[in-house]
Design a protein around this ligand. Structure first.
Ligand code: NAD
Ligand code: UDP
Length: 312
């Protein structure tokens, strides 16, 4: 059945893919964004669709609309961007969650929070199941994001317990794909852009730290499945690709796949940079019948093809 759906942060990397998919499924989509890290360009191809609406708004301010579902994605996701104005990052996560939960409560909409594997911090349990409480430095440079997202999760479960708001929480692991901003600062986009330009690839630390990279289409599938899951399932649920790679392996893959002559240069590891990350996706398999389909090689190929069209 056709639904009216609000997507905050809809002009960002993930939000734009989500808006597109929801429209393709016949829904009406309202995309709300303050364009801090997102851009109109990401959704420009949707503007001709009469069922798509784009609104400039900051989620730290209240917003009123009648919808059936809310996907709350508004928040900078790259360490470079969320550390640029850490107070604003906390306000976006916390005040943004309060405003959107207040709206969901008032209009009785189902609401999904885009949480993150960062709630596990620099994890001491590997791979990370949802039951792990994490190992987060509350006063470090990543805390504005990690603790903001942890507080948002707490707000979500409490709006559910206290006010019976219909909530879903997804913990997203590192996701990459077309429409990442070329200056986004995250590792996949940085390495591809550097390789295509023939510049040195900037390796932070010795490159032995690991991440599990998930292609955007797999994430969007998991997110939509969670939103439409049975009423008494709220998560949090990990959505990520359990394939684990060191950052050095990633750099070598990108150099090889782009045929670049770039070299790797080593720079200091940023504070509190997690040493390992890999999702335990048992819960997603059981509850959502979901697992990722796109292997890193295939996803990187599609992402490199995208960047070839925009990197000059
Ligand atoms: P992104 O930076 O491309 O998108 C975030 C969007 O939110 C941007 O369009 C930005 O302009 C908008 N935004 C930021 N602050 C806002 C505010 N105050 N009001 C309104 N809009 C605001 O990042 P993304 O990768 O698309 O991430 C989307 C969501 O998914 C974020 O909440 C992020 O924390 C979460 N997430 C992403 C990843 C990933 O690997 N991409 C991993 C874990 C969690
Ligand atoms: N990284 C790197 N070079 C870069 C950007 C990132 O070596 O140009 C490293 C970073 O230190 C981290 C990993 O790649 O260990 C993933 O970084 P990203 O910012 O993409 O995501 P997050 O740290 O939030 O998982």
């Amino acid at each position: 059945m056709k639904k009216k759906i609000l997507v905050t942060g809809g002009a960002g990397f993930l939000g734009s893919h989500l808006c597109e998919r929801l429209l393709n499924e016949g829904n009406e989509v309202i995309c709300l964004d303050n364009y801090f890290t997102g851009q109109k360009q990401n959704v420009i191809h949707l503007l001709d669709n009469p069922y798509f609406e784009l609104i400039r708004h900051d989620v730290t301010m209240p917003f009123f609309i009648e919808v059936d579902q809310i996907y709350n994605l508004a928040c900078p996701a790259s360490p470079v961007h969320y550390q640029y104005n850490p107070i604003k990052t906390i306000k976006t996560s916390v005040a943004g969650a309060i405003n959107m939960l207040g709206l969901a409560k008032r209009i009785k909409a189902r609401i999904l929070q885009a949480s993150t594997s960062e709630v596990y911090g620099d994890p001491k349990i590997h791979p990370q199941p949802e039951s792990y409480w994490g190992y987060v430095n509350p006063i470090g440079t990543r805390a504005c994001y990690d603790e903001g997202k942890r507080c948002a999760e707490s707000l979500f479960v409490n709006y559910h317990r206290q006010n019976n708001v219909d909530i879903k929480i997804i913990r997203i692991f590192n996701t990459y794909g077309p429409r990442m901003h070329p200056h986004d600062g995250r590792v996949v986009s940085n390495f591809i852009v550097q390789a295509l330009k023939g510049e040195d690839l900037t390796m932070y630390g010795d490159g032995k730290q690991t991440r599990s990279f998930q292609y955007v289409d797999d994430l969007i599938e998991g997110m939509i499945r969670l939103m439409n899951s049975r009423e008494d399932f709220h998560g949090p649920v990990n959505i990520g690709n359990p394939g684990e790679f060191s950052i050095l392996e990633l750099a070598e893959k990108v150099i090889q796949m782009t045929g670049s002559k770039s070299k790797i240069i080593f720079q200091p590891l940023p504070e509190d940079d997690p040493m390992q990350r890999k999702p335990d996706i048992t819960l997603a398999k059981k509850e959502l019948n979901w697992e990722p389909k796109v292997h890193l090689d295939e996803g990187l190929k599609r992402t490199i093809d995208f960047f070839k069209t925009i990197v000059k």
